[in-house]
Write a protein that binds this ligand. Structure first.
Ligand SMILES: [Zn+2]
Ligand SMILES: [Zn+2]
Length: 251
């Protein structure tokens, strides 16, 4: 029975990976390399750069006014009615169908609330409606210019385009993990896991909590989850599976 369940899981994962590759990731080339051909580590570095690009683009888009209001591009979650700075990890996690972009300094305070995490500042709150953002301003930055997506540098893309790219990037991490996964003799799945050396938690590579780990606090481990955490194995390292992505540990 356990074997059949494992087989079904593998088939489901295979089908999901084939679809994700065909539908979303295949069109994204970074420096001429297909996103799904990159290593998990490379994609993580790219993700760090992408968040910096979002911040640079946002700052480039802000125009000072006489009243010293900030004016830039905000991301709105139409379900929770919260608005964010574009580089906020909570904003990056909003479902495609629930997010919209607002290029404004005014939002209806009775309808929209600032995110408690990125704490976006809007000086005056009025209802000016929501507009879909225009092309973001180009910001020159040496370290970001190294990354070319589909023959364009990251900072030349608009914030909505970078959001689409981020979705593809998380799909690519899932595809790579599923493709590289192997089964041990004991029926355990070996893959690449991301460890937070500060909290001592480990994650699947596509987990948003893992993507937020500071580069100097994270490490990558190619192993079975029970090598990282297993109460019945004294030789296992003392890490805890993330409560959000829940990497499966065989008891
Ligand atoms: Zn936020
Ligand atoms: Zn996680």
């Amino acid at each position: 029975m356990k074997k059949i369940a494992a087989l079904c899981l593998m088939i489901a994962i295979f089908l999901a990976s084939v679809c994700a590759e065909d539908c979303e990731s295949a069109k994204y080339y970074v420096n001429g390399l297909l996103l799904t051909e990159m290593s998990v580590e490379e994609i993580y570095d790219l993700e760090d750069t992408l968040v910096s690009a979002l911040e640079k683009l946002f700052n480039g888009n802000i125009e000072g006014t006489a009243a010293d209001e900030s004016k830039g591009l905000y991301v709105i979650n139409t379900k929770t009615k919260k608005y964010h700075y574009p580089w906020c990890y909570s904003a990056l996690q909003i479902d495609l169908s629930k997010r919209c972009f607002c290029n404004c300094s005014f939002l209806d305070a009775s309808k929209y609330k600032p995110c408690g995490s990125c704490n976006p500042k809007l000086e005056e709150l009025q209802n000016e409606g929501i507009e879909i953002a225009e092309q973001a301003t180009f910001v020159e930055q040496a370290t970001l210019a190294d990354y070319r997506v589909n023959e364009r540098t990251l900072v030349e893309m608009s914030i909505p385009e970078l959001y689409d790219f981020e979705d593809a990037l998380v799909s690519a991490l899932t595809v790579i993990f599923n493709r590289d996964m192997e089964e041990t003799a004991a029926g355990e799945l070996i893959g690449c896991y991301v460890i937070n050396e500060k909290t001592k938690k480990f994650h699947y590579p596509w987990c948003y909590s893992a993507l937020q780990i500071e580069p100097d606090k994270r490490s990558f481990e190619r192993c079975a989850p029970s090598d990282l955490a297993n109460p019945s194995r004294p030789d296992a390292q003392n890490y805890t599976p993330c409560g959000s992505c829940r990497p499966h540990v065989n008891g």
